[in-house]
Design a binder for this molecule. Structure first.
Ligand code: NCD
Ligand code: ZN
Length: 433
């Protein structure tokens, strides 16, 4: 029997912070008295104790792209960043568009010790939706279904070319509404992007943002809301990056439509101004936007429009990213290990970007727990337990004042680089239990 006493820390839940000592016996938060003479004591004075966080959008690359990352390597990176539950996207090889492919991923995930990996199903064709329906309704698949967080559809191609046609998208909404399957949508409009591509003359990396313009997200979000209204599905728009996209979600929520959304750290902390320093390493879909959009994202966090912050952790190797033509480099950035430190820095009252100054957004520690634990837990029915007596939940001990500098050398993702190299942090993970 092992016992750990976490003494003097402030336990943070979505409701706020409270000074409580916690006794953890064999992985379970003890009920009642927090005394045990044999317990190993962790002095958490001046520290925060958070539940292991949830990142509802990652690409852990296995199977098929193990040079970019493996479940084991990326799970290690997540845990080092205080994230202990993730939802992995279907653009692997083979793609997660069949029950067999999902089963294979679930088996592989047993190697990723200490990280609860859930999986999104993907669909580019009708046949994939048939598989999902079977997964959701056949009793033999009950356990496997428990590991599936929902369905992901792409309205335009991104890395992995999983764009789905209009018919499949409409059917996906119908199926998800009928079976109450959470439906995550990558909101970029294929036609708008195609037209923009034809008109952009610029050859440098800035062209990436011009070829996937804000109107593309706006149109896609509008059509997603219309479909949600029509079919009544539980729709989650992921990595929203524009003021327009968020304004539409804000209104849809007011109108009583069951729509939720997340934003990604690269859109919160980087903008098109960062292309000059980062080149194709700052290339992702949706692309970086101007500072005005960046500010609108923070505004949408402040007014509750944004439900979750999710990283869209999408590692590629340095060699792939640093090729001569930046527009040919793959889209995606790593971020699972740096999310919590970046947010802690904002909560500490500092703006972490080394060269762009900005009024520091208002963010409390309990907001971080709400956005990165409570809300994704509920939206995707992940059934992770909050910090309460009798719960078995990983605990993250955070030093909110400690200062340190991000460098890829000390991060754990296999790709070995980060867009936040050299950024000064205030607050970091001390230990994950
Ligand atoms: C993702 C990837 O690399 O898998 N890239 C990205 O830019 N976000 C694909 C995706 O989800 O769009
Ligand atoms: Zn993604």
């Amino acid at each position: 029997m092992s016992a750990i006493l976490i003494r003097g820390g402030t336990v943070v839940t979505a409701r706020g912070g409270e000074r409580i000592d916690l006794l953890v016996r064999d992985g379970m938060i003890a009920k009642g008295a927090v005394q045990d003479a044999k317990a190993k004591v962790i002095d958490a004075s001046d520290h925060l104790v958070l539940p292991g966080l949830i990142d509802c959008h990652v690409h852990f690359r296995e199977p098929g792209f193990e040079t970019k990352g493996t479940m084991e390597s990326e799970a290690g990176s997540a845990r080092a960043g205080g994230i202990t539950t993730v939802c992995d996207m279907p653009n692997t090889n083979p793609p997660t568009t069949s029950i067999a492919a999902l089963e294979d991923k679930v088996k592989r995930a047993t190697k990723a010790n200490n990280c609860d990996i859930r999986f999104f199903f993907g669909a580019m064709e009708r046949e994939h939706l048939k598989q999902l329906e079977q997964l959701w309704t056949a009793d033999v698949h009950r356990l496997l279904k428990g590991r599936c967080a929902g369905l992901k559809v792409y309205l335009d191609h991104s890395t992995g070319n999983q764009g789905a046609g209009k018919d499949v998208v409409e059917e996906a909404f119908q199926l998800c509404a009928a079976l109450r399957i959470p439906l995550v949508v990558h909101c970029e409009d294929a036609k708008t992007n195609e037209e923009a591509r034809e008109n952009v003359m610029e050859k440098g990396i800035n062209a990436h943002s011009l070829m996937r313009p804000p109107e593309s997200e706006e149109r896609a979000v509008a059509s997603v809301i219309a479909l949600a209204r029509k079919h009544g599905a539980l729709v989650h728009a992921t990595h929203l990056s524009t003021a327009q996209g968020l304004a539409l979600i804000r209104q849809a929520k007011k109108d009583g439509i069951a729509v939720t959304c997340d934003v990604a750290p690269h859109h919160l902390f980087l903008s098109v101004d960062d292309y000059a320093a980062l080149g194709a390493r700052a290339k992702m879909n949706p692309p970086l936007r101007t500072r005005e959009h960046q500010e609108a994202l923070w505004g949408a966090i402040a007014d509750g429009t944004v439900d979750c912050i999710a990283t869209d952790h999408a590692p590629h190797t340095r060699e792939e990213k640093d090729i001569a033509d930046p527009l040919k480099a793959p889209s995606g950035v790593p971020g699972v290990e740096t999310l919590l430190p970046l947010l802690l820095t904002v909560a500490a009252g500092e703006w972490p970007h080394p060269t762009s100054s900005s009024p520091v957004p208002h963010l409390r520690y309990e907001d971080i727990v709400r956005l990165c634990f409570t809300n994704p837990n509920k939206i995707f029915s992940l059934r992770r337990e909050d910090i309460t007596e009798g719960a078995r939940t990983p605990l993250v001990i955070v030093d909110p004042k400690g200062t340190w500098t991000i460098t890829a050398k000390t991060l754990h993702a296999k790709c070995g680089w980060t867009p936040y190299e050299g950024w000064r942090m205030t607050g970091g993970v001390r230990e994950v239990l």
